[in-house]
Design a protein around this ligand. Sequence first.
Ligand code: NAD
Length: 411
Amino acid sequence: MSNEFDIKQAAVVGAGTMGRGIVISLASAGIEVLWLDANAQMVTAGLKMAAETWAHQVVKGRISEEQAEQNLARIQAVDSYAALADVDLVIEAVYENLELKQEIFRLLDGTLKPGAILASNTSALDIDAIAAVTRRPEQVVGLHFFSPAHIMKLLEIVRGAQTSPAVLAQATLLGQRLGKVAVVAGNCRGFIGNRMLKTYADEARKMLLEGAQPQQVDGALQAFGFAMGPFRMYDVVGVDLEWRARQLAGQGMDSPLVQVDNALCDLERFGQKAGRGYYRYAEGSREAGHDPEVDALIERIASNLGYHRRAIDDREIVERSLLALVNEGAKILEENIAASSHDIDLVYLNGYGFPAAVGGPMSWADAQGLASIRQRLEDLQQKLGEHWKPAALIAERVAAGKGFADVEGRA
Ligand code: NAD
């Protein structure tokens, strides 16, 4: 494989939320796409959505009618793996389940030409475990798009233990071709973005149990500049996504931190799409209204779990949320999951609605001074427990009198 962009024809397996956005993104960039789903109706519905998306862009004057037609003509629905034999790249976007993805990668490996790249859009699964079922682990890579994939700028390129430099180079060129901000991430649970999001969302969930309300946590973070607070975000993506994943995996249901989410889902409060989640939504509206029923539910669960609720102010909410991001970001840098603190900031700015004016969580930490960050983490460690222990890299940086921005990684 050369340093030139070699991907002439791609395939996408899966025509759900992500598959649709990925196909629109590829075809809009002039790449031919074959499209396969176990349920052919999903591809039909996906083609309709793609056509509507481009028709809308024509109305807005962003593309011509001719371009819309050409885009649509680049997509071809197929109904077998054999039809994918000659593609240069396949992006898998089926349900988030390791066994299912492994089954598909076995099939792809057995069918696709030797040089073809096999990519997964998994949000958090182990890329090496997926690569391991193929005879070409060096050709396997994660291409983690964000929803909606034809709109969101971020692309995390996940480097497996054996992913070859040539494949990473092609993935980077693909990112450029699609107009994405591409960041290479090492392989760990959640990669850069979702790993940090988990620490941050867990802290928000703890604050709910300790005494805060969803609209207060979201309000404080939105006042800081986040596009959306965590509970509003869960309502938008669907509170049930993680709940279903916990059920499917048969683990994690008992964690105290997810008891509020579990209870919301038991009540079919799945979020905006259901008209009820952490908030209440009027028919057809996206406006998140306060729901006292949710406050009562949180209070009941917190009390059952033995929490003595207290007032939590906005300053504490912002402090704990940002420090949770920074400490996890420092661990990610320390483990070479990200090549630089700048890459971490890019992920947060382009995929997670972090305020652009602040420059990203790691830039924020550098501006605060890492000695101050360390002290504040140690204070939290003393008050709230060991999970606040500052990452080793922070002490190392403080001793060197440097910030995160000077760390040289090798991701
Ligand atoms: P989805 O449920 O909307 O779509 C999954 C599609 O896969 C369905 O159309 C289904 O028919 C198809 N499918 C299932 N088994 C199949 C098989 N054996 N062969 C072919 N097709 C099959 O899911 P989604 O939200 O698009 O997520 C897809 C992947 O993208 C997951 O790994 C998910 O973690 C990841 N992801 C999702 C988001 C998001 O916000 N939804 C964001 C980033 C990454």
